[in-house]
Ligand binder design. Structure first.
Ligand code: ADP
Ligand code: MG
Length: 252
């Protein structure tokens, strides 16, 4: 298992956002997380990637304990372990989060130099290789603001890959894009799946989830309502909430 989360709970003030989430991800597996807006999907990804802390629960990533429980309290690992674990994960956001004042190339080089302490030349070689992979080698010297949303998102994916994560998380990678631009992102993600990249993808693209995911998790109101293979979830679900959610989707 590359990821193991047990009984995660997270609240903001009085609001319980994650109520009791347990999930596992195997090496090479692609897991899609679907569910209505406000169900806690982003919060879950943010907790798994250390942008938020859980209140209770256990998380193990790539064999390292990130959080354990001591009685009623969640205990986080020491800073060194937490930093090691950060290096195992990558996160691609809905809104790309590129550095606007840096060229595309620099956006991909800088984290490698800062985080992985790589030599600049080696980092540039890797960046150009990844730009080629996402079909944007000719944009190396452009600034993010000069690119389409779809191009910016492909840069963001290249930037995440530059740090060699063992698990890559995506939070609605296409939902800020015009429909005609989502295809190019989905194609990149599909290519990564073919290379057996381990990925957890929050998405509203049901056809894509069905096609690319090994397993689908349906989250609703802070809990995992149901999970299964795409076939089980999209064709044969017996769960009423899942049915309603998918039906609403088909109508839109
Ligand atoms: P989803 O990604 O499924 O739409 P989110 O995880 O973004 O859901 O949000 C789940 C709930 O948590 C929402 O009710 C949201 O308002 C609340 N929430 C998320 N982040 C914060 C925060 N930083 N402070 C307070 N409430 C938050
Ligand atoms: Mg969200």
């Amino acid at each position: 298992m590359l990821l193991k989360a047990i009984n995660l709970e997270k609240g903001f003030g009085e609001t319980e956002v994650l109520k009791d989430i347990s999930m596992e991800v195997r090496e090479g597996e692609v897991v899609a997380i679907i569910g209505p807006s406000g169900s806690g999907k982003s919060t879950l990804l943010r907790c798994l990637t250390q942008l938020e802390r859980v209140d209770r629960g256990q998380i193990e990533i790539c064999g390292k304990q990130m959080v354990t429980m001591n009685g009623e309290k969640a205990i986080y690992a020491d800073n060194r372990t937490l930093h090691d674990i950060i290096l195992d994960v990558g996160l691609v956001f809905q809104n790309f989060n590129l550095f606007p004042h840096m060229t595309v190339l620099k956006n991909i080089v800088e984290p490698q130099v800062k985080v992985l302490k790589k030599e600049k030349e080696e980092a540039q070689r890797k960046a150009l290789e990844l730009l080629d992979k996402v079909n944007l080698k000719d944009k190396a010297q452009a600034y993010p603001g000069e690119l389409s949303g779809g191009q910016q998102q492909r840069i963001a994916i290249a930037r995440a890959l530059a740090l060699n994560p063992r698990i890559l998380f995506f939070d609605e990678p296409t939902s800020a894009l015009d429909p005609e631009l989502t295809g190019e992102i989905l194609k990149v993600i599909r290519g990564l799946a073919e290379e057996n990249m381990t990925m957890v993808i929050v998405t509203h693209e049901m056809a894509f989830a069905r096609d690319v995911a090994d397993r689908v998790i349906f989250m609703d109101n802070g809990v995992i309502m149901e999970e299964g293979t795409p076939e089980e979830m999209f064709s044969n679900t017996a769960n009423q909430r899942t049915k309603e959610f998918l039906q609403r989707f088909n109508e839109n």
